[in-house]
Design a protein around this ligand. Structure first.
Ligand SMILES: [Mn+2]
Length: 271
């Protein structure tokens, strides 16, 4: 798998530094083979919430449509480079099926609903939308992905409403140190019954000591070497239907340069 879809979407983020997600997407793309990259034109305007409780919904909906279409018509699985985590909705919508599991590697669960979200930022609701709940045009059809086919990995900062949902829906959640034992991770994914996987990486799954360009750092994250080994183990065990790598928001070109080595190792483990 070595084709990339570059999606510099920032509208799903609540960070004051959201625009740096555009710089992040461009910095990663700049280090990938140009011929292997397709760029999605993200509208410049913020967009309107249209009374849904999701900020900038109109733009997010347009980008979701463009991403879904590009992934659906691609001849091979794509690695979608964000942008904020919200880019995963279109990517998973295009490949969902009852044989697909979603492996969500993220410090946060991204499981808020528009009602429970305090920020109105879609990147905190995207996994819930993948599970079929959320505004029309963002949420996947109900049942396209079920909670039984989601595995959260390295998730360590949940809002109370998200923790309650994880519990109630019975979503599998593995702590950061499960990455040190790739067999445990592979077994948890196999237990979903899925035959193909989508791998989602929010770079904040990494420990803040390993990456500087993230908007929402959470301590006690993953070691990049362990994460690379875990990605390789997943790829050996399951066909990869698609991947997302998101939330790179470097403060400056110098900061971007210092993180790119780590990010490209993760990309290499996916490609
Ligand atoms: Mn996320």
């Amino acid at each position: 798998m070595a084709r990339f879809l570059i999606v510099p979407q920032w509208q799903g983020s609540s960070s004051a530094r959201a625009m740096q997600l555009v710089d992040g997407a461009e910095a990663i793309a700049g280090d990938l083979p140009r011929a292997a990259c397709t760029m999605i034109e993200v509208p410049a305007e913020a967009g309107e919430d249209l009374g849904t409780g999701v900020r900038r919904l109109s733009t997010l909906r347009r980008v979701r449509e463009l991403v879904e279409e590009a992934v659906r018509h691609a001849e091979e699985p794509l690695i979608v480079v964000g942008g904020d985590c919200g880019v995963a909705a279109g990517a998973v919508a295009a490949t969902a099926g009852d044989d697909l599991a979603v492996v969500w590697m993220d410090a946060h669960a991204d499981l808020n609903s528009p009602e429970s979200s305090l920020s109105g930022a879609f990147h905190g609701m995207v996994l819930r939308a993948i599970l079929g709940e959320g505004p029309e045009g963002l949420a996947l059809p109900a049942g396209a992905v079920t909670p039984a086919r989601v595995v959260l990995v390295g998730t360590r900062d949940l809002d109370p409403a998200e923790a309650a949902f994880v519990e109630e829906a019975g979503i599998r959640m593995l702590p950061t140190d499960a990455l040190d034992d790739p067999a445990q991770l592979v077994a948890a994914v196999a237990a979903t019954g899925a035959r193909r996987i989508h791998i989602h990486i929010d770079l904040d799954v990494l420990d803040p000591s390993a990456i500087t360009g993230i908007g929402f750092p959470v301590p006690f994250g993953a070691d990049p070497v362990a994460l690379v080994a875990a990605l390789r183990a997943l790829r050996e065990a399951f066909p990869v239907a698609g991947a997302t790598i998101t939330e790179f928001a470097p403060a400056s070109p110098a900061d971007a340069a210092s993180d790119l080595g780590t990010i490209l190792r993760l990309v290499g483990a996916l490609a």
